[in-house]
Write a protein that binds this ligand. Structure first.
Ligand SMILES: [Zn+2]
Length: 223
């Protein structure tokens, strides 16, 4: 298997350009790092990976292997084709940004995922038209409580070396941030220090996993 490897330095952002059917593997090197993820149609940056539309499409709070993320125009853009982690990820929480850290009491600039999204993309010479707060928060542990109302923000449950693999369903840019959050305990249990993560680009289409069809209600499925 041939692959290119890219380190996402702790507290920083990296982005990649994928052709349709290429994959990117996101490796939790130390097992403790939350990695925020965004994606865009390579030919139209106004079409972006959309968490709210993806929840409708899959009818899942968090993706499982075989689920496809869709764009703001509801076209599949990334499919989860592998997950060696316990499968705990988040699609609810906004990416952290400068204002979030001010609200947490920071009086000086704190690195943040929103700026890291731009850092990664600008390194490729691409300038996204807006700050996308709704990210796919890989390895982030947000638990819906039994009352179906409250959310609990918890440390990651990932092991060192756990990874997920995302397949591109269109030519796209994908940005990642090794989340700099070190105030709210979302990184590993007992050690909230942001750490490096790693990306690998794979030229392997995972052809045994088809792109997912949209969910439709049962009474329409027989048509
Ligand atoms: Zn963050």
């Amino acid at each position: 298997m041939s692959y290119a490897s890219i380190t996402i330095p702790a507290r920083h952002g990296k982005a990649v350009r994928l052709r349709a059917n290429q994959c990117v593997q996101v490796i939790n090197t130390h097992g403790t790092q939350v990695v925020d993820c965004w994606a865009w149609n390579a030919y139209d940056l106004n079409e972006y990976m959309c968490m709210e539309a993806s929840r409708v499409y899959n009818q899942h709070l968090n993706p499982v292997v075989g689920d496809s993320f869709v764009t703001s125009d509801r076209h599949p853009i990334l499919t989860l084709v592998e997950d060696t982690s316990p499968g705990v990820h988040d699609t609810f929480m906004a990416a952290c940004d400068r204002r979030r850290y001010e609200l947490l009491g920071c009086t000086h600039y704190h690195r943040n995922c929103a700026d890291n999204m731009f850092e990664g993309m600008l390194e490729l010479g691409v300038n996204p038209p807006r700050r996308n707060l709704a990210s796919f928060n890989i390895f982030m542990n947000i638990r819906v409580q039994p009352d179906n109302i409250h959310l609990d923000t918890l440390p990651t449950v990932t092991r060192p070396g756990d990874f997920i693999t995302l397949r591109a369903e269109m030519d796209c840019f994908v940005a990642f941030s090794a989340c700099p959050q070190d105030i709210v305990s979302i990184q590993g249990e007992g050690d909230n220090t942001p750490k490096d993560a790693e990306l690998r680009i794979l030229d392997e289409p995972f052809a045994h996993i088809p792109v997912r069809d949209p969910w439709v209600p049962a009474h329409l499925q027989s048509r």
